[in-house]
Design a protein around this ligand. Structure first.
Ligand SMILES: C[S@@+](CC[C@H](N)C(=O)[O-])C[C@H]1O[C@@H](n2cnc3c(N)ncnc32)[C@H](O)[C@@H]1O
Length: 268
């Protein structure tokens, strides 16, 4: 199954990415172009739609572009993060079960992992449903390289796309499902990304969201406020629900534990 994306430069131009690019067992290097002639490089299967463009970033975002963060992120932090953040035993398997239950990935359907880092969610979806198509998107090359390494080891095939989630390089109603794990808090323009998510999801699609909310405990809140200086934002559940609604989503299920909030969204 090849992948069709929208040219980042020309709104109506499409680019077809051959299916071999998702095959992590073989290194794919080459150039793709739209019918308008704008070209993009694929190197070691990572599709770079950003080129050499410099994206303005907060401190939190730029730390994801360090090789060391990418190397330790999943095994040292991510697998334990929910237990640390909820203050109780919260194995990653529990989060994964919830994702699969709410998303219910099906054969031939198309899913997007937004701000994927090491593509923890994207790899999980593909493992659960090998007949579907998965795109994992991030603007950090270092994170995508780590995602590629992990996907190759696990023999999981997916498209790894370097792009800015504020300007999703896809046509409207492309995806049957979207997933976003922890990225909302890091975005410089979360509403823009939510509006873009609404544009690219099909009307019967599902959006699995995991984000962190404001703590009711004063000293944790103090820490969250200072994290704001580094570029992280926390909202109350009500505030983030208002954002989801404003972007055109309805909340059909929600579950919070400590400062971790899982939400199942569908287009309103
Ligand atoms: C908290 S991490 C995501 C973790 C991952 N989803 C998971 O569940 O393990 C946030 C990621 O979003 C990416 N990111 C932040 N802003 C972005 C943007 N505007 N476009 C694309 N990626 C972005 C960062 O590079 C980082 O890898």
């Amino acid at each position: 199954m090849s992948l069709e994306v929208r040219s980042p430069k020309y709104e109506r131009a499409s680019i077809t990415i051959p299916s071999e690019v998702a095959d992590m067992q073989k290194s794919f290097n080459g150039t793709i172009c739209s019918n308008k002639g704008d070209e993009y490089v694929i190197s070691n299967n990572i599709i770079n739609l950003l080129g050499d463009e410099q994206v303005e970033m907060t401190w939190a975002q730029s730390s994801n572009h360090w090789k060391v963060t990418a190397a330790v992120y999943e095994d040292i932090w991510r697998k334990r993060s929910l237990s640390i953040l909820t203050g109780e035993e919260f194995p990653i398997s529990k989060e994964q079960e919830l994702l699969i239950e709410w998303l219910d990935p099906r054969p031939q359907k198309v899913y997007l992992d937004i701000g994927c880092s090491t593509a923890l969610y994207g790899r999980l979806i593909k493992k659960e449903q090998p007949q579907c198509k998965v795109v994992s998107l991030d603007f950090s090359r270092q994170m995508l390289e780590e995602a590629r390494f992990k996907a190759e080891v696990e023999q999981t095939d997916l498209y790894l796309l370097r792009a800015d989630a504020r300007y999703m390089p896809f046509f409207g109603a492309t995806f049957d499902g979207l997933v976003m794990g922890g990225t909302l808090n890091e975005l410089t323009d979360p509403m823009k990304v939510l509006y873009e998510s609404r544009r690219i999801i099909k009307k019967d699609g599902v959006f699995f969201m995991m984000h962190l909310i404001k703590s009711p405990t004063w000293y944790i809140r103090l820490m969250q406020d200072s994290a704001g200086l580094g570029g992280l934002t926390f909202w109350t559940v009500e505030e983030s629900n208002q954002m989801f609604n404003r972007a055109g989503f309805s909340i059909v299920d929600q579950f919070t534990k400590g400062i971790v909030c899982f939400t199942k969204l569908v287009p309103a």
